[in-house]
Design a protein around this ligand. Sequence first.
Ligand code: UN1
Length: 494
Amino acid sequence: MTFNNYIDGRWVPSRSGKVFENRNPADQRDLIGLFQESTPEDASDAIAAAARAYRSWRLVPAPRRAEILFRAAQIIADRKEAFAHDMTREMGKVLEEARGDVQEAVDMTYFMAGEGRRLYGQTVPSELPNKFAMSIRQPVGVCSVITPWNFPMAIPSWKIVPALVCGNTVVFKPASLTPMSAINFVRVLEEAGVPAGVVNLVTGGPEVGTVLATHPDISVVSFTGSTAVGRIVNQHAASSFKKVHLEMGGKNVVMIMDDARLDLAVEGCLWGGFGTTGQRCTAASRVVVHEKVYDAFVEQFVARAKGLRVGNGLDASVQVGPSVSEGQLSTVVTYVGIGRTEGARLLAGGHRLADGEYANGFFHEPTVFGDVTPSMRIAQEEIFGPVVAVMRCRSLEDAVAIGNGVEYGLSASIYTRDVDQAFAAMRDMYTGIFYVNAPTIGAEVHLPFGGTKATGNGHREAGTAALDVFSEWKSIYVDFSGRLQRAQIDTENL
Ligand code: UN1
């Protein structure tokens, strides 16, 4: 089955005449479909359509735009099972998590549709008589949306839905590893009544991405992916002063204090470290444990990690699916080698799985390294796979220093029953997200999502904070005094 691009309300092939294959990472014999290998010209066509559609979409009242989005949310909810199944096939995450990904798109779409009747600005008193002052959000124009493969429906929804409710139009380039979920999402928007040209989808590689980051008619670029690619996107967009929203890597830490409930911490670290096969930017890839409970924690954690069932995510008994691609798997294998060379202690896993049921996919054992020191590369660099680095600490201060001692700042967590320690850590971890007695994953759609340092560039998605990416403030003054009133000057003797 061949799937097309969606440009100006029509499903059309690429001008290249070329397609690429999308195969199941759990079973490479399973072909999901053929998708368009788009060219820069296809991207330009999509941008032109979005620029035309913007002229009328920006004038549709926001509550009317939102009605379409409410319908879309309901359609996604109705098709949750089918969309989750497609997602597991193309991306590999276990079915239960794929359902969660689709649910996150439902939640975000309902939440943002609600903004159609808010989009709050401010009204403030003027310093002059008979003058009215307020601020409103105005749309920005055509938005490029460039999304990763790890949350194939949730992350597109985080960007596209707020863009639309604010009155922008969109050109969407999904990751080439997960185009099916992107098409499922765009089909829903079409069915819900999003007008032609308001959302356009172009599949393909970096050439398309370059056009989306550089084209003069693009006003906003919202990108989620690696820090290396984010840097390039930022540089591409800089010369034309586009608004750029970047959501990039993470090396998130769970800190376990000596008073923590260890059973809870073990559960949290398993879910945070190996959920989605470690392929979340929020993954708990580092665990820092107080030296007094280190041995007890490691014993339980390693035993449980060894017991995780790896396999095809469509099988309900499976807890850890494959890596998304051969390339991602080889990154995991490389880092396991680096960890060994650096002198970390391999406590669980450490091998690719390639026999029997694993023969046709990209599987790797859930892997735990102990005796890791904070400067090792496996404790510093994002692996994006089922590898957890466990370190020792002597105190909360020590844990926080280790926690903050990486280039990223997305998510962190602490396990403790001491409220003083919890609040101190909450204050001192320089991250965008923080959890107490829970792992580093599991953000909800109505709070800001994003991180500090090399994780982001100061913007947030989700929550009402996302509206700041997709709108510009306009301050408006209405003078109904019938005379010239000079601010800052005519304020005396009123
Ligand atoms: C990501 O890893 O890119 O908080 C997004 C979480 C999910 C979203 C993760 N709700 O883990």
